[in-house]
Design a protein. Structure first.
Length: 100
């Protein structure tokens, strides 16, 4: 089995609690952060979508997982969903054959 050569670098910022909690989960299943992110990205490529459903969470759930400003995050999610729907409509219009 050949080893994967990694030469591209990704940088991201997350809260220390999210980093620590996710590292603990990855450690228990035998992965480090790099391996877990590589698996995630490969799954996105294979499926051509996120490997989980994205939904807006209620404020109580947001507070439980550590978001201080749950209302702001829900607003951002709604904005992204609306712009995604607009983008999808535009894409369908471009793909639709011209009549005539």
């Amino acid at each position: 089995m050949s080893r994967i050569i990694r030469s591209a670098m990704l940088q991201m910022r997350v809260s220390p609690g999210v980093k620590s909690a996710s590292e603990q989960v990855f450690w228990r299943i035998g992965l480090n952060m790099t391996e877990a992110m590589e698996l995630f990205l490969r799954r996105v490529i294979v499926d051509q979508k996120l490997p989980f459903e994205v939904v807006a969470l209620d404020e109580a759930t947001m507070a439980r997982i550590g978001y201080d400003d749950a209302k702001l995050l829900v607003r951002i999610q709604k904005t992204r969903t609306a712009s995604s729907q607009t983008s999808n409509r535009d894409a369908h219009r471009r793909l639709r054959p011209k009549e005539g």
